[in-house]
Design a protein around this ligand. Sequence first.
Ligand code: FAD
Length: 476
Amino acid sequence: MQRTVVVAGGGISGLAACYHLAQSSSAPRIILLEGSSRLGGWLQSTRTEDGAVFEHGPRGIRPVGSVGKNTLNMLSELGLESEILPVPGDHSASKNRYLYVNKALHKLPSGISGLLRTIHPFSKPLIWCGLRDFTAQRGTQPDETVHEFVARRLGKEVADIAIDSLCRGVFAGDCQRLSLRSCFPMLYEAERKRRSVILGMVLAGGEKSHFDSALIRRAKKERWSQWSLRSGMEILPEALEEFLRGQGVQIHRDTPLRQLERTADNRWKITLPGGSIVADHLISAVPAKVLSQLLPRSEEPLAKELCQIEAVSVGVVNLQYDGMVLPVKGFGHLVPSFEDSILLGIVYDSVAFPDQNHRGAPSTRLTVMMGGAWFEEGIGNPDKVSQDQLLRRASEAVMSHLGICGAPTRAIVKLHKACIPQYTLGHWKRTENIFKYLKEQMLPLSVVGASYEGVSVNDCIFSARNAVEKLFQWPQ
Ligand code: FAD
């Protein structure tokens, strides 16, 4: 009899899991259950009548590494190549990234000459940090915070300014709490294998990957730093849905899983709002905390590990202004926590992706990101914060950081609750325990998504692919 695999959660991870399941030669019956009324999870775009696109979630996807190449292959297979908006290596959004420190914008150094000079806000040439890396001792702990690691290898100033900002930009998180081993596994491996992080990264960049296609070669040739999609990132879940429907996958929106029970023959009875279904295998693509609340009592050790994976909330404010009003050209700027803990950074969307500006007169599109690990202490309870409060804070930042004083011609405010999982110290052990438990107990359950092994869109898609590959290796 054909096996039934249920995928819980219709974000990019759940959709990617269905995609890989449907492509398998022994594809099971596939049912996707999404709790909300839309698919895509945090991939959310607004398309206006005059042709502008505003991203409320991810916008810039990196093409590098196996995970990046895997996503490019998926885009080709879905027929989305003509939608891609690449940011080539020589584009100002690839070359210019800024920090806002001491109430001023500072361009991050690039190229060798940038490393040899003292460039504010750093107090000495960054070449000294590189030399320090070559002499620093290998770490002895199984894990350390991102801040501790970078301070030890490259110096405290780089950790306080550059790495603090980077962690806020990527994880909306606090580098004094985030785990180096889980957030930046390449750096962890580089130190273990090569002793020098810089050397390790350079050598890792030359490692071969088995992914290849014309699109991958083009991305490499043009040195894309990242890419986005012309009609907005939400076109990706839309294309996936169309593909899955064509493959006979059953997709149910507004169908949140309420409870999981194990049956005597090692399957799942899944309770839904209007009844229940039975699955031979469940792929969970919902946040770890959500899964922990669905599991039966018998799986308490697993639930305990899952519920420790917290996520932070982010206020996302998209603003549009008439004219080209930015004082600098680049991808955007990040703000270290000592400068302003609430304001994580501002992305200059109209610089990186001008094709998403509205038709007609020139305009500037920005996205202001706020809160993250500092949301509660700096802004308040996410359940009580008003849209006006977030808009006011974003407009003030745009005025003081970029000198843009006029009123925006368009503003969209979103509050994403618990949207970015935080891989805090010891996360590697939690995930190891989770995967070990699933294997040892032979649970008919796989876990994928941003809660475990990478928060980027690429990581999520890759984790879904890996889980499906493993599923087909398991005893039937
Ligand atoms: P989710 O998107 O959270 O999907 C989970 C799904 O499960 C949701 O649809 C939810 O409704 C559903 N669900 C929840 N509970 C239930 C239930 N009980 N039953 C059924 N369904 C349920 N990454 C990048 O690579 N580049 C970027 O530029 C970037 N920028 C970002 C900006 C923001 C503001 C945010 C929030 C994230 C950003 N990310 C970026 C990260 C990336 O977008 C996310 O990590 C990724 O989209 C997470 O996908 P997911 O499918 O794992 O989870």
